[in-house]
Design a binder for this molecule. Structure first.
Ligand code: ZN
Ligand code: ZN
Length: 99
């Protein structure tokens, strides 16, 4: 339970956040904001969405020999390492990386 920082009254949950039942003080819910950010992050990680917006380039797939692949670069965990280029075959979906 949350209490009003102004009058120490009980804060009632509303759509946007919380509302003080005694003085009418409103506050945006921090938990609500976090939830929204988390949901956005999940959408970003969706591989289908990535593939739809990813550029393609000429690259030889080591699995099926296809000559085109989606590509994207990603910073590895160590900050001093160069970016790693990733490829996803447009034909068979095989993934590989290039250093
Ligand atoms: Zn209050
Ligand atoms: Zn392939």
């Amino acid at each position: 339970m949350q209490f009003c920082p102004k009058c120490k009254g009980i804060l009632m949950p509303t759509k946007e956040g919380v509302l003080c039942s005694s003085c009418g003080h409103k506050e945006a819910s921090k938990a609500e904001i976090k939830e929204t950010v988390k949901r956005k992050a999940i959408v970003k990680q969706d591989s289908r969405e990535i593939q739809e917006t990813m550029p393609t380039m000429k690259a030889d797939c080591p699995k099926c020999g296809n000559k085109e692949a989606y590509w994207f670069s990603q910073q590895t965990r160590a900050a001093d390492e160069p970016e790693t280029q990733f490829f996803i075959c447009t034909k068979c979906g095989h993934r590989w990386r290039k250093y």
